[in-house]
Design a protein around this ligand. Sequence first.
Ligand code: T1G
Length: 710
Amino acid sequence: MAPGAALTWTLADGVAVVTFDLPGEPVNKISRAVKEDVLATFEVLERDRAVEAVAFFSGKPDSFIAGADIAEFVEITSAAEAERLAADGQALLERVAGFSKPIAVGIHGACLGGGLEFALACRYRVASDHPKTQLGLPEVQLGLLPGAGGCQRLPRLIGARAALDLILAAKLEPAARAFRLGIVDELVHPAILKDVTLAAAKRLARGWRPQRRRRGGLVAWLLDRNPLGRRLVFRAARRQVLAKTGGNYPAPVAALEAVEHGLRHGIREGLKREAQLFGQLAVTDVSRKLVQIFFATTALKKDFGIPSPPPPVAVTRLGVVGAGFMGAGIAGTAVAQADVDVRLKDAGLPQVAKGLAAAREVLDDRFKRRRISKYEYTRLVAQLSGGDSYAGFGRAELVIEAVFEDLAVKQAVVREVEAATSEGAAFASNTSTIPIHRIAEAARRPEQVIGMHFFSPVARMPLLEVIPAARTAPAVISTAVAFGRRMGKTAIVVKDSPGFWINRILTPYMNEAGHLLAAGVAIEEIDQLMVHFGFPVGPITLLDEVGMDVAEKVAGVMHAAFGDRFAPAASFAGMVKAGRLGRKAGKGFYRYAGGKKGGVDTAVYEIIGTQPNGGPRPAEVIQRLVLVMLNEAARAVGEGIVRSPRDGDIGAIFGFGFPPFRGGPLRHADDLGAARLVGELERLAERYGARFAPSDVLQDQARRGTKFYS
Ligand code: T1G
């Protein structure tokens, strides 16, 4: 037996079968202690004459190695310390790459970051053809770069372009695609992974050398293996990265430089530069924020939002009422991600047919992007059905309604669904604003009623707000959270209050955009300033995406609930009347042709009744938009709308793209400081009105010098 706890090995016909299984941990991760363990184990294997080759596996059921231990980065205090950590990782993998006996690795499950870098240092890679087997170098998502040789070994194995594509976008490649790219040498059924890897190790021990074919033909020769071509590749990649990140995320640019430097000056120089850049990134505030988001999301994966949650009901059949854009998105995503039977209902068969077609598009897209096989596609499509009656709802453990945003309509649906389903079935409303207890008032079984608020487009937006009413049973809460997770969503449990969390903090921000339009700020300027601030799109574009009719409905509910502070901007009033609903109507604040967004439609200024004439200076525009949101977020936290600042920040980042490098609205408020915020808000309130009056929570924090995160 090897000395260390995480690695064990046995000898099989001259091959040391090494198993990495970190005790007490759900996944394998490479910590300082594990590095020592690997080095000590390899020392023994090297000295043992009976060992002719090594076959390396994970002992975890569904994950290979999740990378370096991210928790160790949190403790880092200097760039030099981080650089040393990377250099140590590089030294370990140099030892593996230069090991005197061949190492073949059998990969099943997640093989990410340092885990893939380890595999790249081995002589031969076999992967299981299984949905859980994903390979990638996602370090830029943590504000870092692959620092243990990944920026050197991957481009040399698969070419600069393919490597950059994977590293800069933090892509996780399914095993089949990793095989096509040449990252792994063999793709096998999980049942024979061990045998095939062992056989490869034996062949290697007998001197066999794997013949890896060069991919990409002439284009690859011109662009990947030719310095001039590569220069073009790097220049284009740098332009794309800066356009995408707006310069707010230094990691992808640094990763690009590490790859380029290594290909230009050789692997030694490349590794040195890689460790140096890793060191610089690890101490940036951006990386700190992104690492906090990582741990917040993994913690949320286990949090049901209530103390001692009862086990969730396993949903095998989902009923969806309302085959519109949201209903169809929920139906398609539930089949594709949660692999359940879905029954879609709407008033008429034409609507149902349209909804089923839209739901199938979610599967079409996965099939086209080779995320599912033809067999899987056919099997999943067969699980989607619909009708204009509640036939088939009897066996549904969960029904989600996504009908028109109207209380009376939703109450009628509750009654109908209760009549069509079993006693134990749960009823979830996809309302974005209407308090759930109001909908449950019409229910015979109010304890079975809950809110499940998805975001548009459902297949792509990662957040789910789960909203229990006062009488909702705990088992219904855990069922909704668990099912949301099976749909691939990050679920936060929020309080039953108008607008819940997301619309509560988004509405003042959208209204303020309307006030700024009325003050003469141009549409594109408002949007560009907020994209520069770090949002994926600006508020005006977001209105066009959401739809002015939906936004008007939400604004109305919020105004009725919270009074003047939520008074809708007058400039939006005429949009719906003029049929300018946004992208779905082919016209809004911007022009749309064939579904493609064009420039600002200046005719819209007639409708909103102002012409752009400069208005407040850019810094003030950003401040008004951001501070009105932070202020409302603070107020909502004070009312317990979210259970923790963590939920609030993850909600805002996943719900409408609040800039992750700022950590979310509450982390950002902490960075700005309550005293400064209160001062600025008072100044804005004096100038623009009571909607900026600082919330009690911020005033209290300012007095006591406290923050949302201690
Ligand atoms: N380090 C530390 N903890 C980790 C971890 C990691 N790399 N990966 C997972 N965990 C913890 C997680 O916090 C949770 O803890 C538990 O494991 C289960 O995770 C030098 C610099 C692997 C796909 O970015 O994407 O390598 O809450 O709930 O849904 O170049 O975790 O139980 O206490 O998420 O099955 C790069 C991160 C690191 C991958 C599994 N690697 N991990 O998902 O379980 S940087 C990553 C994941 C690096 C090198 C660089 C996922 C997963 P707890 P989980 P899951």
